[in-house]
Design a protein around this ligand. Structure first.
Ligand code: NDP
Length: 466
């Protein structure tokens, strides 16, 4: 049987782009379908525009900090439309760049939404295309809670394109996206109220990261209301009124804002994909209480094995739609491992162990390896040694700001191995990236101690912990 393509990739995001180019480099005939701008969530409405907005938001803090160093007070104003326009322009430039990379790699780009008709046939618009192997890399999309008035709320997708800066913003959620946008919008001058259903941000992260981020955000003027359940949103003459119930309070409370951002998780983008027609199974979709997008909840995922193979032998899936670790570098790694295995005669599994990540909150947080709680649950309380320092970074010794940096190592007492490295504070992502190499290589605390620090720096704290 001959097919139109050796590989057809659905979704030109991080995972799909990486896999398609790698497969083409081995001589495979590859096509990739994309219904939106090429680049996917990270480039178009995630990591890239988010980080640019984080940069934009930090100037207000810098202007204040500069006064402590002898600069006169800066009277500056901020132009939201300018930022949104230049960020959008940069995103479109990168999207074009990705298209040129595909051309260079010999991958054919097909515009339109693809759906599966059977295990080897894909429909895009009027076109029916056949392929030997298919890779699903459709990513995810933000969900909203099932509450009255949620049509008035926005998700991170719309945040990048708002015509006006909301002067008063309510943020629902306590994960990556919620804390990052709370920091961005506060830095840009909005009044931000963050409503979280538990009592702390960033569930799953080391407790010292959670408390460090929480404290820092409050210091930056973000109002946090904990143990809250959102009830409804209504349009009122003054803006949007968000009603919520607070644990321990008999009556509901309200706040009136210009925009409500919901960031309560993302569901795989599987609507209309025709998975059932191709015999591709999904898992973890049973919980009826979870918010859904086109029928799929935040816990749903395409079921895959360690080689990213679905229940259909010739169909594979990588990235957020498999809900393993939903990070761009992971999707890229999974995509390349798939291409090496299937087209490069180099069978290999992408390791999901010791994956570092950062939250671009303010203060920034970054982490690799086990948290203290995870390490103690795995090895027992007495088998784990914790080294931690919390201090005012040198930069703030003259600014007067009460900013704190936290660095922490989680050590296996018996082997002396570093099981986890965690940090909150300026450049946490940059610093933990280096630590991640050491942790991945199995470095011990003695190795860290034997490393000479770079002085004066924050990173040196990791090699001087006592
Ligand atoms: P997350 O999965 O990080 O967090 C979801 C948050 O929503 C949790 O705090 C959860 O609260 C809360 N929540 C869930 N349901 C409700 C509800 N019904 N009402 C109120 N709160 C609720 O989701 P995000 O949307 O922030 O991010 C999605 C994914 O995107 C992340 O998992 C991450 O992998 C990726 N991402 C990574 C970034 C990075 O690497 N810097 C940046 C942005 C996104 P609770 O804690 O109580 O469970």
């Amino acid at each position: 049987m001959t097919y139109d393509y050796d590989l057809f990739v659905i979704g030109a995001g991080s995972g799909g782009l990486a896999a398609s180019k790698r497969a083409a480099s081995y001589g495979a005939k590859v096509a990739i379908a994309e219904a939106d701008l090429v680049g996917g969530t990270c480039v178009i409405r995630g990591c890239v525009p988010k980080k640019l907005m984080v940069y934009a938001s930090k100037f207000s803090h810098l202007y204040q900090d500069a006064v402590g160093y002898g600069w006169s007070q800066v009277e500056s104003s901020f132009d939201w439309q300018h930022l949104v326009t230049v960020v959008d322009k940069e995103v479109r430039r990168l999207s074009q760049l990705h298209i040129s990379f595909l051309e260079k790699a010999g991958v054919e780009l097909i515009s339109g939404k693809a759906s599966l008709l059977d295990p080897h046939t894909i429909q895009v618009g009027e076109r029916k295309i056949t392929a030997d192997k298919i890779l699903i890399a459709v990513g995810g999309e933000a969900v909203k809670p099932n509450l009255p008035g949620m049509e008035f709320a926005i998700t991170s997708r719309e945040m990048f394109l708002l015509e006006e800066q909301p002067k008063r913003l309510a943020v629902l959620g306590a994960g990556y996206i919620a804390v990052e946008f709370a920091g961005i919008m506060r830095g840009l001058g909005s009044q931000v109220t963050q409503l979280i259903r538990g009592d702390m941000f960033l569930k799953g992260f080391d407790e010292d990261i959670r408390s460090g981020v929480s404290e820092g955000m409050k210091q930056h003027g973000i109002e946090v209301i904990a143990n809250v359940i959102g009830q409804k949103i209504e349009k009122v003459p003054e803006g949007l009124q968000l009603t919520f119930s607070e644990k321990g309070k008999d009556v509901d409370s309200t706040i009136t804002v210009d925009a409500v951002l919901v960031a309560i998780g993302r569901a795989p983008n599987l609507g209309g994909l025709g998975l059932d027609k191709a015999g591709v199974k999904v898992v973890n979709c049973e919980d009826e209480d979870l918010p859904r997008l086109h029928g799929y909840s935040v816990s749903c995922a395409i079921a895959v094995d360690e080689y990213s193979r679905t229940s259909q032998a010739n169909i594979f899936a990588v990235g957020d739609c498999t809900n393993r670790i939903n990070l761009t570098p992971v999707a890229i790694g999974e995509g390349r491992a798939f291409a090496d295995t299937e087209f490069g005669n180099n069978p290999r599994i992408f390791s999901h162990e010791t994956v570092p990540s950062a939250v671009f909150s303010q203060p920034e947080a970054a982490t690799v390896g086990l948290s203290e709680t995870e390490a103690k649950a795995k090895l027992g309380d007495d088998a784990v040694q914790i080294y931690r320092a919390r201090f005012r970074p040198m930069f703030h010794s003259l600014t007067g700001a009460e900013e704190k940096t936290m660095v922490k190592l989680v050590i296996d007492k018996q082997s002396d191995r570093v099981l986890g490295a965690h940090m909150t504070g300026e450049y946490a992502a940059e610093i933990i990236q280096g630590m991640a190499i050491a942790v991945k290589m199995g470095a011990t605390k003695k190795d860290f101690d034997a490393t000479v620090g770079i002085h004066p720096s924050t990173a040196e704290e990791f090699v001087t912990l006592r």
